[in-house]
Design a protein around this ligand. Structure first.
Ligand SMILES: *Cc1c(COP(=O)(O)O)cnc(C)c1O
Length: 386
């Protein structure tokens, strides 16, 4: 089976992990801060905090802005459940903004309309989490303008989008947001097995993220609430978690980061090839907006409902039978049973639901052999033309 995504691991990566394993520290050593500095520098942000998953990163970002009961978080329904769950972890409410059927990202028009209504009803969100779906940055400049107009925070769910840019700014630079979250799950742009990172330019947000990553414990005298009683002494000043990344993971991440630009360009080349080969077929590719350069974490097509084969499930099953490991990203979050119990229902976000019925994720990763990609394309053609 040709998978839809796969990590790229070299001898250098393996050696980096072995070196970390044989060093004095397996956790809380020098490699995690090195990795943090390297990612911050790559993206052009002031601060970076490594964590044990993208999900932990989203949780810490919500904690850093003080999200809590009575607050509302808005995100896209076309995302992994973690982008919404982080609101619930904090006791806040979650709501969704429908997507744009062409970009697969949050719809700016829908966002503007929903904000107007929310202002009248006095139910404005405390934070909006735009998701850079498949690696395509959302229209951040507009979202930033809206955030100033309506007074909400912006946390970028950039778990797909390390290595992408918008209007010349790397995703993670946080030029149009308060914080950005990356994931290093194996299918994502670079991997640490499990892992994530939070970037910001705000010293106070950075302090809170670092505090809550490690139990809410401080060790520096200036951070303590009472006197320092000796070298052993530490204080817990808030309720945090253990969301730390290990040295082994950071060593792998640091080694992977060196190849990130190469990964992005290889993915872009293959995505461009799919786009070209599908241009005359009854399928739609993701439209990339002006100014955005995607990292192409995923390659998704929508099946044209006026074409000869409309049934996504049939496509999915046929491709799987042919050894093509297709997938579907995403089942709209509000259709999950857990969210249905919170009161969401089918029909709430029609564009995301229509998109979901038509969407199919095809294999795309840096090492996808050209022959395998041609095979995928020929199977898609065969299914359409049979
Ligand atoms: C992968 C992913 C996450 C969570 O990242 P993990 O590192 O797996 O916890 C969050 N949001 C989106 C959109 C993702 O794809």
């Amino acid at each position: 089976m040709i998978p839809y995504g796969r990590q790229n691991i070299t001898e250098e990566d393996i050696q980096a992990v072995i070196d970390a394993l044989c060093s004095d520290y397996l956790t809380q050593g020098p490699v995690v801060p090195d990795f943090e500095r390297a990612v911050a520098e790559y993206c052009g942000a002031k601060y970076a905090v490594a964590v044990n998953s993208g999900t932990s990163g989203l949780h810490l970002a919500c904690m850093a802005i003080g999200l809590g009961p009575g607050d509302i978080l808005w995100t896209s329904p076309n995302t992994f459940v973690a982008s919404a769950n982080c609101a619930l972890y904090c006791g806040a409410d979650v709501d969704f903004v429908d997507i744009d059927i062409d970009t697969f990202n949050i719809s700016i028009e829908a966002l503007k309309k929903k904000l107007e209504v929310a202002r009248k009803e006095k139910r404005l969100p405390k934070v909006v989490i735009p998701v850079h779906f498949a690696g395509q940055p959302c229209e951040m400049e507009v979202i930033k303008d809206l955030s100033e107009q309506y007074g909400f925070y912006i946390i970028e769910d950039a778990t797909h989008a390390l290595g992408s840019s918008y209007k010349g700014e790397m995703t993670g630079a946080c030029k149009w947001s308060h914080m950005t979250v990356f994931s290093f799950h194996p299918v994502k742009m670079i991997t640490t097995g499990e892992g994530g990172m939070l970037l910001t330019n705000d010293a106070e947000l950075n302090r809170k993220i670092a505090l809550h990553r490690c139990h809410g414990i401080v060790r520096r005298t200036e951070d303590m609430t009472s006197e320092n009683r000796g070298g052993w002494y530490y204080e817990q000043i808030a309720l945090g978690y253990n969301y730390r990344m290990t040295e082994l993971q950071a060593a792998l991440g640091l080694s992977q980061l060196e190849r990130l630009d190469e990964f992005v360009s290889r993915r872009a080349g293959k995505a461009g090839y799919y786009n070209k080969m599908f241009s005359d077929l009854p399928v739609f590719s993701q439209i990339v907006v002006d100014g955005a350069i995607s990292s192409w974490h995923l390659y998704v097509i929508r099946i044209d409902q006026t074409g000869p084969v409309r049934d996504r499930r049939y496509f999915y099953d046929e491709l799987r039978k042919s050894g093509v490991g297709v997938n579907v990203h995403y089942i709209p979050v509000h259709l999950q049973p857990y969210y249905q119990r919170l009161g969401y229902k089918a029909g709430d976000y029609p564009e995301a639901e229509k998109y979901y019925e038509e969407a199919l994720t095809l294999p795309l990763y840096p090492d996808l052999p050209a022959a395998c990609q041609d095979l995928v394309i020929s199977h898609v053609e065969r299914i359409i033309n049979q």
